[in-house]
Design a binder for this molecule. Structure first.
Ligand code: ADP
Ligand code: ADP
Length: 217
C-alpha cells in the first residue's frame, strides 16, 4: 500500500527543510505545492501566472486549481509508493479532497507530523531564508548558512530570497495560516493522525523527533 505523510505547520516552521531529509531516508517523493507553483511560474504556464497573483500577496491559490495540480502530481508513476506532502492541504476543503483522491490511489494519510513554532519566531526565519533556484533547497543566513554565501551547498545553484519572504507579505501569510490552515490541526487530531513536534529545537533535533514519530506510525 502506498504511504502518504502530510507535513503541517505555519510558514517558516521548517517543513521544506525536514521534508528533504525524510523523503530521502524513506525513499518517498517530496511533493511541495509551493515548489510546484514556483516551477509553473518559471515556465510561465497559465497556472503559474494565475498562482502568482495570489502568492505575491500571501493569499491562498483557489482550492480547485490547487487540488487539480496535486492530483496530477500524485498520479505520476514516481508516486506509486506514496509521497511526503509539504504545503498541501492548507484548507479543510483541500484535506477532504485529499482523503477522497487517496482512496482512489488505494491509500490514505498515514501520519501528519505537525511542526509547531510560535508566531514570534516565524518572521525572522522567513526573512532570513535563502532558497535554491534549481531544487528548492533552503538555507538561513543565521541558523543554517550555506558554506559559500549565495550558493547552494547541495547542487551549486544560485540562492535567492523569495519575493513573498519580504516582511509585509510574511505577516499576511502568517494571518492566512491562522485563519485558513490552522483548523487542520484539530481536523487531523480528531482522526488520530497528528504527531506534534516542537519546531523551536535545532534542525537536527527536529529531524530526530520527526523520525521517531514516523517509526511509530
Ligand atoms: P517551511 O517550509 O515550513 O516554510 P523552511 O523549511 O523553508 O520552512 O524553513 C524556514 C527557514 O527557517 C529556512 O531559512 C530554514 O533554514 C530555517 N529553519 C528551518 N528549521 C529551523 C530550525 N529548526 N531552527 C532554525 N531555523 C530553521
Ligand atoms: P511556505 O514556505 O510559507 O510554507 P509555500 O512555498 O508552501 O510557503 O507556499 C507559497 C505560496 O504558494 C503560498 O503563500 C500560497 O500563495 C501558495 N500555496 C502553496 N500551497 C498552497 C495550497 N495548498 N493552497 C493554496 N495556496 C498554496
Amino acid at each position: 500500500m502506498p504511504r502518504y505523510y502530510v507535513l503541517l505547520g505555519p510558514p517558516g516552521a521548517g517543513k521544506g527543510t525536514q521534508a528533504k531529509v525524510i523523503a530521502e531516508k524513506y525513499d518517498l517523493v517530496h511533493v511541495s505545492s509551493g515548489d510546484l507553483f514556483r516551477d509553473n511560474l518559471k515556465r510561465q504556464t497559465e497556472l503559474g501566472q494565475l498562482a502568482q497573483t495570489y502568492m505575491s500577496k500571501g493569499e491562498l491559490v483557489p482550492d480547485d486549481v490547487t487540488i487539480a495540480m496535486i492530483r496530477e502530481r500524485l498520479s505520476r508513476p514516481d508516486c506509486v509508493n506514496g509521497a511526503l506532502l509539504d504545503g498541501f492541504p492548507r484548507t479543510p476543503a483541500q484535506a477532504d479532497a485529499l482523503a477522497k483522491m487517496l482512496t482512489e490511489f488505494k491509500g490514505g494519510v498515514n501520519l501528519v507530523p505537525y511542526i509547531s513554532v510560535p508566531e514570534n519566531l516565524l518572521v525572522e526565519r522567513l526573512c532570513g531564508r535563502w532558497t535554491c533556484r534549481s531544487n528548492g533547497h533552503v538555507f538561513h543566513e543565521k541558523y543554517n548558512p550555506p558554506q559559500i554565501a549565495g550558493v547552494c551547498d547541495l547542487d551549486g545553484s544560485e540562492l535567492y530570497q523569495r519575493d513573498d519572504d519580504k516582511s509585509e507579505t510574511v505577516m499576511n501569510r502568517i494571518k492566512v495560516y491562522a485563519a485558513q490552515t490552522s483548523p487542520l490541526i484539530e481536523y487531523y487530531r480528531k482522526l488520530n493522525l497528528l504527531a506534534e513536534i516542537d519546531g523551536t529545537k535545532s534542525i537536527e533535533d527536529v529531524t530526530a523527533a520527526m523520525l521517531a514519530a514516523l517509526e511509530k506510525a
